[in-house]
Design a protein around this ligand. Structure first.
Ligand SMILES: Cc1ncc(C[n+]2csc(CCOP(=O)(O)OP(=O)(O)O)c2C)c(N)n1
Ligand SMILES: [Mg+2]
Length: 565
């Protein structure tokens, strides 16, 4: 048994060096499901348990989703630990989400003994081929004397340029190999800075505009960067729309925020985007959902003067040609933007009326049934402290939150732009572990929830007092909605028979309730918030209330009418 001490001899095993390296790079927490393939790493963590906490999860999808949430919240790589083969395949979902969301994440995979490589030995996978298209770098640390170098590279790569996931395999024999320890220091995030001429040109383009608009994305921001950005848009009185699930890069109560750009876009905002005479995309890839299936802007040359500012050079000019391309880290760009000499904006009315469009769009709507999710979310706007964190996975239930909730600023929204179901529950648990004092609400649909619902056990084990809200409509609603559009009246593969979600929460030792009427939500929420454990509120909604814009029956009737014509 090695002694529990931070002081070490000059020689250590690969596993010990690995864990020490993580701590050197500033990591204090990792998420994982154990495997016999990385016992030595687990043992090295045991030695350093005062400095590094290993959060035990129940499924590897939960592990990488939690690591992604950690990466989003802190800007530092979220660390995930899984076993080879089955562990790695379960973990893939969070790696893909981190790639699409530009989240720094490092996935460590226990790997087979290198002597057995290329025999398709027990649980053997070539991770380079498996993760190649969804990670910034995939490698195997084959020699213990390369651990410090390769781990350092992983931290730099995950956080620099356009952030993203890195995958490192850890062959069993490497973990036990003893080598001399070298001195290493903490990684530094590397970012490009905008040039003076870039910023000058931007200001010049603004000086010629009458109807400018900013589209803000989530890649690589920091709290300070968001503050600087807000100072810039306030000085210039610019209207700011956020791209899909990046609504929290600006405080939604601020009068410059004018809504989010995604499928289901406010028609008034869509019209304004069409009318804008200068578009400035900042930190957004302008992906499929943030361009409404690539329909919002002409490809390759948008018709408006166009500026694209992004942390990764490889995304600039990829789909859209622009008048000005700036490769810069977001905080670096925002710091420079804040310092730009003032300009008398001529578009203040334009900004004000764009905000008025949003205010009208966020008024609760009428829906069929006894529960109105727009009113519930509206009530939460008044009830929740602005710094509260709201998480969600994928499904139509999220539309209510995205449209009616006023996100309170930097990293109060955790939702996968990859549209991965099952994200919200583990992300909620991770958020509560990172910020125990903040209120954390995790929204899920009935389908979405059961993809990773077993992480309620993790919430219970670490006393992460998340409030889970399950919006139950008895179906995979999004798919049913599309089904009614394309094959009206032909329901196939989308109906669900669900468990008693509140009883399920109680079985995990948590507080559980059911809400069947809008007016009952408030009291149920207060009981959940006062509970001495995490809590789950199942909200039973009318399946016809499929979205804030249309009922399921209306979608079906419309599709049937179109079929007849
Ligand atoms: C992991 C994963 N599997 C499948 C899908 C396809 N999909 C998108 S939404 C959805 C249904 C979501 O159902 P639910 O969580 O009940 O939400 P609802 O739409 O009913 O509100 C499905 C199956 C997906 N996005 N992610
Ligand atoms: Mg559902």
């Amino acid at each position: 048994m090695p002694a529990k001490s931070a002081t070490r001899p000059l020689f250590q095993t690969g596993a010990q060096i690995l864990v020490d390296s993580l701590i050197t790079h500033g990591s204090k927490i990792g998420f994982g499901v154990p495997g016999e393939s990385y016992l030595s790493v687990l043992d090295a963590m045991h030695e350093r348990e005062d400095d590094f906490k290993f959060i035990i999860c129940r499924q590897e999808g939960g592990v990488t989703n939690m690591a992604d949430a950690y990466g989003k919240l802190t800007g530092e790589p979220g660390l995930a630990f899984v076993t080879r083969g089955p562990g790695a395949t379960n973990a893939a979902i969070g790696v893909h989400t981190a790639f699409q969301d530009s989240t720094p994440l490092i996935l460590f995979i226990g790997q087979i003994h290198s002597r057995y490589a290329e025999r398709e030995s027990f649980q053997e996978i070539d991770y380079r081929r498996m993760f190649g298209p969804m990670a910034k770098w995939v490698a195997s640390i084959d020699h213990a004397d390369r651990v410090q170098e390769m781990v350092s590279h992983a931290y730099h790569l995950a956080t620099s340029g356009r952030p993203g996931p890195v995958v490192l395999a850890l062959p069993e024999d490497m973990q036990d190999e003893e080598v001399e320890v070298k001195k290493v220091v903490r990684y530094q995030r590397v970012a490009a800075h905008p040039g003076d001429s870039d910023m000058h040109r931007l200001r010049e383009m603004l000086s010629k505009a009458k109807k400018p608009m900013v589209i803000l994305g989530q890649a690589g921001w920091s709290k300070k960067g968001c503050e600087d950005f807000l100072a810039f848009v306030t000085a210039y009185d610019l209207p700011v729309a956020c791209s899909y699930r990046a609504q929290d890069m600006i405080d939604n109560r601020d009068r410059h925020y004018i809504g989010d750009v995604a499928v289901g876009l406010n028609p008034a905002l869509a019209q304004r985007i069409g009318e804008a005479d200068l578009l400035i995309a900042i930190g957004s890839r302008l992906g499929e959902w943030s361009t409404v299936n690539y329909t919002l802007f002409d490809i390759p040359r948008p018709k408006q003067p166009f500026v694209h500012i992004y942390p990764g050079a490889e995304e600039l000019g990829r789909v859209y040609q622009a008048d000005l391309l700036i490769n810069a880290g977001m905080p670096e760009f925002a710091a420079a933007a804040r310092k730009l000499p003032p300009l008398k904006p001529v578009w203040s009315e334009w900004t004000k009326s764009a905000r008025a469009d949003l205010d009208a769009w966020q008024k609760p709507v009428k829906v069929p049934g006894a529960v109105n999710m727009s009113e519930i979310v509206h009530w939460l706007n008044q009830r929740l402290p602005p710094e509260s964190i709201l998480t969600n996975g994928a499904g139509n239930f999220s539309l209510w939150v995205h449209r009616f909730y006023c996100y309170g600023g930097f990293r109060t929204q955790l939702g996968p732009t990859s549209g991965a179901m099952g994200y919200g529950v583990p992300a909620g648990v991770a958020a509560k572990l990172v910020y125990p004092k903040k209120m954390v609400l995790s929204f899920a649909g009935d389908g979405d929830f059961l993809m990773t619902g077993q992480e309620l056990a993790t919430a219970a084990q670490y006393d992460a007092r998340v409030i889970f809200i399950v919006v139950n409509n008895g179906m995979y609603g999004t798919i049913r909605m599309h089904q009614e559009r394309h094959f009206p009246g032909r329901v196939s593969g989308t109906q669900l028979k669900n468990p008693d979600f509140a009883a399920l929460a109680r079985a995990y030792g948590l507080h559980g309730e059911v809400v069947e009427k809008t007016q009952d939500f408030e009291a149920a929420f207060e009981r959940a918030a006062a509970a001495k454990t995490a809590a789950l509120i199942e909200v039973r909604v009318d399946p016809d209330a499929i979205s804030p814009r249309a009922t399921l029956s209306a979608i079906r009737a419309e599709a049937q009418k179109n079929q007849k014509n």
